[in-house]
Design a protein around this ligand. Structure first.
Ligand code: TGC
Ligand code: FAD
Length: 405
């Protein structure tokens, strides 16, 4: 069998075979399809996750604490707004951005969520739909991690149908007056700026609501069994006066917030693979060392079938994400392709996490083992950014031409 990676660190973990690489399974030599820069980005972020995220994340999850101390470090690595080449951003390819998301989610979905929201849901709409002044004011500070953003689309009465939103913005004089509430908002209570989508007489519009504006309040949602290392909040708007200068001038209609979702869903499609890799690695390491019925578990056919099935899912997810990234870099990606990838790769992450949890036996219910944390996190990931059903219906609409929502 070919040796996949000759670095001494990796080689020390290798036994013969293609799927054994504990550092990162690469059964179809996907790494060879990356550019040198993309490989370097993956290695750098992978090191950050190994050295800075993994040592603290179980404690964060248990204590319901977002590791905010990591934000400046992520900024220094250029992880925020990484695909933009202006305003102090790194100017990376979409594939490199995807690999960042994969590595972060190998650490924890909550850490990837923070980066997704900052980049895909906040910096993206300012970059795409904002005025020059809004871009100059917010983007460099957000790239440096000095200003944090959140994205308010979902409302208490339902998230799948954002076109039915009840939050309104009325024009009075030169200003807008926002009324309503948003729910399940990542980063809400720590955000300096909220990208808020509201219904106006002319349809959906986007507003930059700043912390401290009179009538704007936020509150954390507690008692979550999922994404415990991520902040999830409610936003309330009690007649908040927002100047016209804080409206995103180029955002017109529901297509604008939906285009932001495309960015975040793209990152999640890579992230699901990262979570699966973390679980697979732990299951494989356990199966190698756990001796039952006189021999390590890897000698058992049923265990090999389960490991093979995990690797099959991861490998198909890697190839899907990479081709999606190449389409995005070529400018030809369609949002329905993102839906299929988000659906497939989060589902595979959840399935691998659940099976790895079981393979670890009783120990698998401990927070010290990563699969149960990933499994619980992925219950959020499969719901947010469009539920699995919504993505199935988006693909169904592409096949049939019939909207069945
Ligand atoms: P529909 O008629 O399909 O679309 C209205 C207009 O928007 C266009 N469009 C898109 N454009 C870009 N990207 C997309 N993904 C787009 N989807 C649709 C569409 O072409 C149309 O344009 P035009 O010019 O013809 O007007 O609208 P609909 O009301 O039928 O809705 C369709 C549906 C159900 C797919 C949509 O509402 C939907 O995606 N619902 C799910 C909502 C959702 O995903 N919410 C996520 C909230 S944010 C979040 O969860 C953050 S988690 C953060 C973290 O990582 O922590
Ligand atoms: P609903 O829309 O009420 O759906 C309920 C059920 O009905 C689901 O199973 C759904 O699949 C099903 N369903 C819906 N429509 C149909 C249909 N037509 N046919 C068949 N079945 C259907 N939102 C933000 O705006 N910003 C954020 O930062 C954000 N962060 C989040 C963080 C977390 C941890 C979580 C859990 C959610 C977050 N969300 C955020 C909200 C998320 O986007 C919504 O939860 C999601 O869009 C689903 O909306 P809902 O929860 O209201 O479910």
């Amino acid at each position: 069998m070919p040796k996949l990676d000759s670095s001494p660190e990796r080689a020390s973990q290798q036994a013969p075979g293609l799927g054994h690489d504990l550092a990162s399974p690469d059964f179809y030599a996907v790494r060879a399809l990356l550019t040198e820069e993309e490989r370097q980005v993956q290695e750098t972020v992978g090191r950050f996750v190994d050295e800075r995220v993994l040592p603290i994340i179980a404690e964060c999850f248990e204590r319901e604490r977002f590791p905010r101390e990591l934000v400046p470090e992520m900024a220094r690595l250029g992880l925020f707004g990484a695909t933009f080449s202006d305003y102090g951003c790194a100017g990376l390819s979409n594939v490199a951005y995807g690999l960042i998301m994969q590595e972060l989610e190998r650490g924890d979905s909550g850490v990837r969520s923070f980066a997704s929201v900052q980049s895909g849901l906040c910096m993206f709409p300012i970059h795409r739909y904002g005025s020059d002044e809004q871009k100059r004011r917010w983007l460099p500070a957000m790239a440096r991690g000095e200003k944090i953003g959140c994205f308010g689309l979902t409302e208490p009465d339902g998230g799948s149908d954002p076109g039915a939103m009840k939050t309104t913005a009325r024009k009075t004089g030169g200003d807008w007056v926002l009324s309503g509430a948003k729910m399940w908002i990542t980063n809400g209570t720590i955000a300096d700026i909220a990208i808020v989508w509201a219904m106006t007489d002319a349809g959906v519009r986007g507003f930059l609501v700043e912390r401290g504006m009179p009538g704007y309040t936020t509150r954390d949602i507690h008692h979550k069994f999922s994404l415990r290392a991520s902040i999830t909040s409610e936003l309330f708007f009690d007649n908040v006066r927002v100047p016209e200068a804080n409206r995103l001038p180029l955002a017109e209609g529901l297509g604008a917030p939906l285009s932001c979702l495309t960015q975040a869903r793209y990152g999640i499609a890579w992230g699901g693979v990262g979570a699966a890799i973390a679980c697979y690695r732990e299951a494989l390491a356990f199966a190698r060392q756990r001796v039952l019925f006189g021999e390590p578990l890897i000698h058992k056919q049923a265990i090999q079938v389960r490991l093979a099935d995990m690797l099959r899912r991861i490998t198909t997810g890697q190839l899907l994400a990479l081709q999606l990234g190449r389409l995005k870099d070529a400018g030809t990606m369609h949002h329905a392709q993102v839906s299929l990838a988000k659906w497939n790769n989060v589902r595979l992450g959840l399935d691998v996490a659940r099976d790895a949890r079981d393979l670890l036996g009783a120990g698998g219910i401990s927070v010290e083992c990563c699969p149960i944390r990933h499994m619980l996190n992925l219950e959020s990931v499969i719901t947010y950014e469009g539920t699995e059903t919504i993505h199935q219906l988006i693909v169904g609409r592409e096949i049939t031409g019939v909207s069945a929502f």
